[in-house]
Design a binder for this molecule. Sequence first.
Ligand code: HEM
Length: 235
Amino acid sequence: MEPRELDELSAATAISTLIGLLLSAAAGAFLAILVLPHWLPALAGSLQGPAPKAYWYLSRASGLVAYGLLWLSMVLGLMITGRIARLWPGGPMAFELHQHAALLSLAFSLFHALILLGDRYISFTPLRLFLPFASVDYRPFWVGWGQLGWYLLALVGLSFYVRRWIGHATWRRIHYLSFGIFLMITAHGLMSGTDAGKMGVRVMYEIAGGTVLGLLLYRMVISVFANRRIAELRK
Ligand code: HEM
């Protein structure tokens, strides 16, 4: 899609819906921490006691879902700029899916972080949870990349809503952060995630990284050819 066409598209999700989404993710995490041990006594062994594991399982599962959504958003974004989306599923549809996937990734990763407040092994406090590199008990460096990545993801997600005011060039510059975010979160998942040692999860990271890199290279190649053609036409 051309910059002009992009400018004509508004944010796919209303800001009130986005706020609702983030509040639901936060409420879901707190509900799970506070209410589940009382509502589901059969699960109490896994939720209470000196070493409850359910919060850790929920965090790992939601982290992997958030990563999958981030990957989907990256792939759709690169399909739009690489003009593959014109063939399928169509520019405007791809743009909407691209935005929705990014915002859902933001909500799932908020849940992924907040639910860790119930975990006794890492013993996060709200401050340590959201202050990058402040996780004292567990791999502060690699968890820090996830924390930093979350703020940058929020910045990119919110930039959809202010594009008209900040202008296309600034929006695009902010949007380029996505590549850094994807790298940071991939390193975060690989180096701090318990599941990274599993064969299936490793293959998932390899496929995710490989597809994003492949589409990025394709996009760079076609933009070099497009620039050459423009230069030739101007001669
Ligand atoms: C405040 C922000 C964040 C905090 C505090 C945080 C914290 C953590 C921690 C402590 C782990 C290790 C869990 C384990 O034992 O396996 C982890 C893993 C992971 N995180 Fe995050 N994270 C944050 C942001 C994100 C974001 C934004 C994403 C994705 C969009 C993400 C995706 C993942 C993934 C995929 C794993 C690996 C899960 C596994 O191996 O099972 N995290 N995170």
